[in-house]
Design a protein around this ligand. Sequence first.
Ligand code: E4P
Length: 216
Amino acid sequence: MKFFIDTANLAQIKEANDLGILDGVTTNPSLMAKEGIKGNDAILNHYKTICEMVDGDISAEVLSVTFDEMVAEGKILAAIHPNIVVKVPMIKDGIKAIKWFTDNGIKTNCTLVFSAGQAILAAKAGATYLSPFIGRLDDTGYDGVELIAQIANIFTIQGFQTEILAASIRNPLHIIKCAEAGADVCTCPLDSILGLLKHPLTDIGLAKFLEDAKKM
Ligand code: E4P
């Protein structure tokens, strides 16, 4: 399973990248706004900086909702760097735009996926990735990880090539459960990635080894 970091924060991207386990980055308008990135030039420059930091797929989301505008915007985003993946919302024009990008050799990430039916449509359009939002589903009383398992099963049966990118991850357990359910990628906040490191027995064991090492 690939690991992406889900942030536009450069310090956090650097910290995850320095671990040596990072395969890519996802952003969205909310994450960009949180970092105070404003205006077209600043947005494009920020994506360029991320592409120069991380050798992997970098999702950059379109801000329009009509086919023509999404295609125009996606072309500009894709021209920033070969690793840019154009992130497109799961709407009717979004599916048309994903098909257009696929036919024109531009990678896509279909975002805001909340059902297996939506996943099938994105795969049919040839999306490179599709992003089911695990945490937001959990928030509504539905099991987000179940959706990952359902989509993974359908894609195996049908031979769809689209990669399942588990998004809206809230904790380390989500990452483990998504790995078990067949996600190809997990995009995670830094805290959730670092949370995988934690076990009290590791800390106790290391303290004891270091103490005993003094007697060696
Ligand atoms: C990433 O591609 C998604 O936009 C992101 O994971 C959404 O996460 P949230 O539900 O925590 O906002």
